[in-house]
Design a protein around this ligand. Structure first.
Ligand SMILES: [Zn+2]
Length: 149
């Protein structure tokens, strides 16, 4: 029997090829609507097309696999003021961000609360939460939040 305190490295440690990393689980989410009110003038705006976006979420620590959310969302154009906009998905992630809110929040806590350097925080996120966040991205988040003391 091995002792419970025995050091065992993460199973992905030393892997250099992306193909050998555990494959992500995917979850489908929909923010796809036929029409939405225009955020500027309130006019009903019909869908132009549905589009897709992938968000990286916290992974599954039991299976060791990352988790991706595939969001199908609708793009709309307002007939009155000609504004193009997407269906609201602010509950999941910020616009243009590739990660869910909870990934960003956890990442920032690792740096701000636990004082981890960016590279160590990046490794921690992969090792314990199976989400890969480049340390430069982490640094952008923390600096944008402006809370690091
Ligand atoms: Zn409008």
């Amino acid at each position: 029997m091995t002792k419970p305190g025995k050091y065992v490295p993460d199973e992905t440690e030393g892997i250099t090829s992306v193909d050998e990393l555990p494959k992500p689980k995917t979850v489908q989410r929909s923010r796809n609507y036929r029409r939405r009110p225009c955020p500027k003038c309130g006019q009903r705006a019909y869908r132009l097309r549905p589009v897709q976006r992938t968000l990286h979420d916290l992974g599954d620590p039991v299976s060791g696999r990352p988790c991706d959310i595939h969001v199908t969302y609708s793009q709309h154009r307002c007939p009155q003021c000609n504004l193009y906009f997407n269906a609201d998905m602010d509950d999941l992630a910020l616009p243009k961000c590739h990660y869910t809110h909870r990934v960003a929040a956890l990442a920032v806590r690792l740096v701000v609360e636990d004082g981890l350097p960016y590279r160590a925080a990046s490794w921690h996120l992969w090792r314990d939460h199976r989400v890969f966040v480049p340390f430069a991205t982490l640094q952008n988040w923390v600096e944008a939040g402006g809370k690091k003391s």
